[in-house]
Each structure stands twice: as structure tokens, then as C-alpha cells.
Design a protein around this ligand. Sequence first.
Ligand SMILES: *[C@@H]1O[C@H](CO)[C@@H](O)[C@H](O)[C@H]1NC(C)=O
Ligand SMILES: *[C@@H]1O[C@H](CO)[C@@H](O)[C@H](O)[C@H]1NC(C)=O
Length: 241
Amino acid sequence: MPSRLSMTLQGLAVSALTAVGSVVVWTKHSHFEPMDLATDPTIKSLLFSKFNPNKNPPFYDVCVRRIPLSKLDTELIEDARKGGSKLVERFAQGIWAGRGFTIQRLLENYQHKNETTKHQLWTKRDLRESTYPIGTELADHFNVVDRPNSTAILFRCGDSPLKSPDGPRPSDGLFEMSAETNFDSGFAEFRLKTIFYQGEGKAEKAPFAGEWFMPWVHRVYARIWMETGVGNCKKGMFVIE
Ligand SMILES: *[C@@H]1O[C@H](CO)[C@@H](O)[C@H](O)[C@H]1NC(C)=O
Ligand SMILES: *[C@@H]1O[C@H](CO)[C@@H](O)[C@H](O)[C@H]1NC(C)=O
């Protein structure tokens, strides 16, 4: 179960951002797609079975945003054509250094930055410059656990990366950012996939089963992150303030 704290953080961040702007209009280009648990590569991965050994039911959602390649930074598109990973890295930089994550980042800084966690990424600048190799830890709440291919970065979330790094923990999640280019259709597709589960012990129900509020807050948060991430990949547009 993702910790209540992190859910409170999401709620605070969402309400603050909702108050300042018309989030609905700003984020209207994203939609949510169904996910097939039987075939999804993250659910099928060894990492997921390691962190969720009892196969507890997960909460999940997938936020998707399509955008014409012509709107994106040419350098990133040329790199993608050669099989490079700069597009998904720029997407991640935009999300972590962007304003959608600012409130949670500052609260995490305040509560969890100390001698033990100072090697992690905490500042906007660090988050904007990292290329997110496996092992990167940020804001004591996310760490890169896999780079399955050149278009995806897989983070672990839901608790501190220092807690049970190689085994299950009560509050856990996997969060994948991906950016794929399709040169035939002329579009890029950005995705944010969230999977939350109770890793330790046995759970009958998925986190938030039967609830509507937290899933809704989470979707708003994902849509906001999507815009700051994609915005950072656009031509001549560094939206990071
Ligand atoms: C990259 O890996 C992710 C996660 O395993 C998968 O969903 C995606 O389809 C892969 N993309 C490509 C282009 O192979
Ligand atoms: C630093 O913060 C982490 C995360 O909150 C905590 O687990 C750890 O005990 C703290 N360490 C010190 C030395 O305060």
C-alpha cells in the first residue's frame, strides 16, 4: 500500500496546482488506456515478482499522450532515430525538475534530506541534469530500478529507496516513463505507467479498491506530470522555471 504520506503529498500538490491554473484545459491532451495484467511486461518482470512475492493485487493506471514529431526538439528525434535514449531522459528531466513535482520535492527535502540521503537528487538542477541510470535515487521516494530498453525508465516508488532495497516492503510501487517515436505515423507516444501494491504480507484487495478519490487525484497528478515532461521535449521550449 503506498504510504498515506505520499498520498497526502499528491493531494496537496494537486490541490495547489489546481488552484493556480486551469489544469483541466492544460492537461486535456492526455488520456488513460487500459492495461492487460496478463501480458504487461512490467507485471511479468522479475523485479515485480521479487517485490511482490505473494502476487498481491495491484492498483494501476496508464496515462498516454500523443504528439506530432514535428513539435519535438529535432536533436531528440534524430537521437531516437538512431536508437538513442535522449527523448525519454529529457521527458524524465522535465517531470522531476518541473513544477508538477515541486511541492512534493520541497516537502521531501524538508522531511527526508539529511546525511544519510544527501547522495540522492534533491534540487531542480540535479534533476534536470541527470540521465537517470540504474541506481539513481531521488527525493528519498524514487529510484531507477531498470532501463528495459532505450525508450523506457523504470522507477520504484511508494517508500524510501533505503528501505528494503532488494526485498518486498509494505508500501510499494513501480512507475515507468516511456517515450516511443513512430516515424511512419509521424507521432511520438509518451506514457506514464503506475503500479501500486502491498509487497509484504498478503493482501486480498488492491490499494484503493472501491475508492474513487485517490485514483482520481492520482490521475490528475499523472496528467500534470505528463505536461511538464512533454513540454520539456518540445522544440525551443524549456518549461522548467
Ligand atoms: C520497452 O520496455 C517496456 C517495458 O518493458 C515495454 O513496455 C516497451 O514495449 C518496450 N519498448 C520497445 C520499443 O521495445
Ligand atoms: C535521514 O532520513 C531518512 C529518511 O527519512 C531516515 O530513514 C534516516 O533515519 C535519517 N537519518 C538521519 C541520520 O537522520
